[in-house]
Design a protein around this ligand. Structure first.
Ligand code: HEC
Length: 150
């Protein structure tokens, strides 16, 4: 009897938890991207519209440091509500500290940032690239490099 009751309680809390995750995911689509000031970062050449496949801010140390500052703020405003404050995930969404670092993970990172992710017609991650622009994307990527864990 005791075990049965405990099982029911567990089942009930599981249902609540999964319901909460589902509505959490659904509600997120409506939250607009929060603008980020990237004016301190160099523009990306004459062809700004073309999405790069490598972080252009990594080569110059001063620019890289500035990009990390901008990226930290951009992440807090636009990503942390799913991926966790300071990129430490609570477990439901991927923990972005474990992405492949530097060049090895740039393409994967920027394509997710640009296009988001849809599965079975449901938006799991909203596409943020057009709203935020690739300067913001590469700034976040620069900051994530500094947060990388093996
Ligand atoms: C509404 C919640 C949500 C927001 C906001 C969000 N993401 Fe995501 N993101 C997800 C989910 C869910 C996945 C994983 C989907 C899957 O593969 O199952 C994901 C996956 C990713 C991945 C791939 C991770 C991997 O291990 O494969 C990257 C990179 C990423 N997000 C970056 C970002 C960045 C950068 C931002 C902010 C600009 C952001 N996300 C904002 C929900 C979100």
């Amino acid at each position: 009897m005791f075990y049965r009751a405990k099982g029911l309680v567990l089942l009930a809390s599981f249902a609540v938890a999964t319901g909460a995750v589902a509505s959490h995911l659904g509600a997120q689509e409506d939250i607009p991207a929060q603008p980020v000031d990237t004016s301190a970062l160099p523009d990306l050449g004459p062809d700004q519209e073309r999405w790069l496949t490598r972080n252009p801010y990594r080569a110059d140390p001063a620019t890289y440091a500035k990009a990390q500052q901008v990226g930290q703020e951009a992440f807090a405003k636009n990503c942390s509500r799913c991926h966790g404050p300071n990129a430490v995930s609570a477990g439901i969404f991927p923990d972005l500290r474990y992405l492949d670092p530097r060049e090895a993970g740039d393409v994967w990172f920027i394509s997710r940032f640009h296009h988001g992710l849809k599965r079975d017609g449901k938006v799991l991650m909203p596409p943020l690239g057009e709203a935020l622009g690739q300067k913001t994307g590469w700034a976040i990527r620069s900051w994530l490099d500094a947060r990388h864990e093996k």
